[in-house]
Structure formats: structure tokens, C-alpha cells
Design a protein around this ligand. Sequence first.
Ligand code: GDD
Length: 275
Amino acid sequence: HYGDVTDSLMIINLIRKVKPNEIYNLSAQSHVAVSFQIPEYTANVDALGCLRILEAIKSLNLTKKIKFYQAGTSEMFGKVQEVPQTEKTPFYPRSPYGVAKVYGYWITINYRESYDIFACNGILFNHESPLRGLEFVTRKITDGVARIKLGIQNELLLGNLEAKRDWGFAGDFVHAMWLMLQTDKPDDYVIATGEQHSVRDFCEIAFGTVGLNLEDYVGVDPRFYRPAEVETLLGDPGKAKTELGWEPQVTFEQLVTMMVEEDIKRIEREIKLES
Ligand code: GDD
């Protein structure tokens, strides 16, 4: 089905047609840096998109039939008010993206409390895989490392190398989303690894896996700085562990290695096709 969460009628018609048991709202303008350039569009999709789906569930009288998952984000913690961040940590978003997601978070709770919808917020920290878009720092690094290793690129320009993130494997995190909708009572959960690394650490391991040294290739370009930066994020997944029995399976080193290896294989295939 084609769709767009800026189109209320389409959402209503689609839900009426598909009659889903579960809806996972992963729709978003999810690029933090881009949200400074298109703030209104970001709010329309990320904040009002969530409202439109909830309102469709309510107006179709399906509040007892459909379980709803809202993709919250650690970007809502922004300028962090405590370390590590839990479900109780106050939000302080630092981008139009983060601000829009805070709206999505609260409207989900409001519809849960007002209309008894089974609606959960997952507050997911950064989650990566070989499928990650090249605009995000992890994939930009692993793609760059692969190209440098294969001799088709000679430098990698990045922004803030000191930013720290709690990076996990997307496959593990998607499992947590599903677990949230299999419980008896809707609730909100932080999904994170509880481990933190800097962009520089990510580079070090990525270059290390192919026997190269990051200092020889990485440069800083202020074009990739953001008007307001989230310097550090570290989640406490304790509640998800206790209540959902969830724990990440893939370590940081395994994640970085997996992404570099997949990029090398993909680029080798592309080179072969071209020759
Ligand atoms: N994209 C990018 N490109 N980021 C860079 C670069 C660069 O060249 N150099 C340094 N960084 C820094 C950013 O400034 C940021 O601090 C960090 O690397 C991570 O940036 P991204 O990979 O773009 O992800 P994000 O943390 O801003 O947001 C992602 O994770 C959120 C969950 O916390 C996105 O997936 C969001 O949609 C998601 O909500």
C-alpha cells in the first residue's frame, strides 16, 4: 500500500481496509541535521503524523482492537538532564526533530489515558545495521572505510568526532518493539545497550577491522556540525530487561565489524558489475 502520514483520509481508509492488529509508527523525517532545514515539514510528519494515526484508530472505533507502537527516540533527552537516561529522565530536545518527537510521545500517552488505546512509546537509542542510510554517521563511516580499503576513496570528512552515542543493533531493537505490544498493559520503555562510545571510537574500530589507522584518513569539516548538538546519550535499559525480558545480543564491536564487512562485499560486487 502507498501512504503518507500527512494525509488523514488515506490513513483512515488504509486502516479500514487492512484491519491491522498492530500498528508500528516508524514514519518520520528522521534526519536530525535536516530537521533544522525543514522544521515545519518535520513537525507535520513526526508530530502530527502520530496524532493522525491515533485519531484514525479512535474515530474508527478500533481502540480495543488495534495495538499502537510509537517510535520515540533518545533525541528527546537531547541536553541530558541525568546520566544514564531512564523512562523518568526529563526531556530537553535539541532539534526540531527532537521537539516533534516529544509531541508524538505525549500525544500517545494522552490517547492511551483518554481513550484506553493500547499504545506504547519505545524510547529507542541509536540503532544501526548494514541497511542504515548513508546520511547517518555509522554507515557513512563504514562505507567510507570500505571505499578507502578498496582504493576508491582517500579521505573521510566528518563533523563532531567527540559526540557520544549508545549504539545498538537494529535487529535487537525491533524485537524490543514487538515485545512491547505483546504485554498485558501498555507502557513506555527505554531501549538501549547501556554502553557508550564516541564517533571517534566508532571510526577507530571500523578502520581497525581492515588494518588501517583513522588518523591517516579522517578529517573534520564544520559543514557537518549542527546548530545545536546532542553531545552525549547513554540509556538504562533496566526496565525493558525486567519487564520484557529483553537484552541486546549484538555487541558494539560485532556491529561495527558486521557493517564494515557488508559494505566491503557490496562495493566489491559493484566494482565487479562495472568491470
Ligand atoms: N550524520 C552525521 N554525519 N553525523 C555526524 C557526522 C557526519 O558526518 N560527523 C559527526 N556526526 C555526529 C552527529 O553530530 C551526532 O552527534 C552523531 O554523529 C550521530 O549522528 P547521526 O548518525 O546522524 O544520528 P543521530 O544521533 O543524530 O540520530 C539518529 O539516532 C536517533 C536516536 O537517538 C537518527 O536515527 C534519529 O532518527 C534517531 O531518533
